[in-house]
Design a protein around this ligand. Sequence first.
Ligand code: 5GP
Length: 120
Amino acid sequence: ALAPYDDANIFARILRGEIPCRKVFEDDHALAFHDINPQAPVHVLVIPKGAYVSWADFSANAGDAEIAGFVRAVGQVARELGLEEPGYRLLANAGIHAHQEVPHLHVHIFGGTQMGAMLP
Ligand code: 5GP
């Protein structure tokens, strides 16, 4: 089973306004902000506002409105950042094998450069 959600994680603190972020989008269900250590010219993180650790936790336990809102937010952020053409990459790390650092679900959006082929 997954570890329980830890309210002290850094993205929970960003959601509570306890630490700042460079916000790019916010609505009822999602918040998007620039990654503090960007790995591409555009590197934005999109997080649901609810307390979910991973994609599996979110998809099993979130309500349909939260899921729809989050998925739409990811797409809207990519469009608003002008990434639809020439393209972007989405990534969600989960757990130790994927080096998930922050235990609050987040989708990375990478763009603004030609990226290599996707390999593990
Ligand atoms: P993970 O490895 O969990 O998928 O990625 C966590 C990401 O969060 C990393 O890319 C890291 O740079 C970013 N990050 C960690 N702490 C902070 C922070 O305090 N603010 C922001 N904006 N990004 C952070």
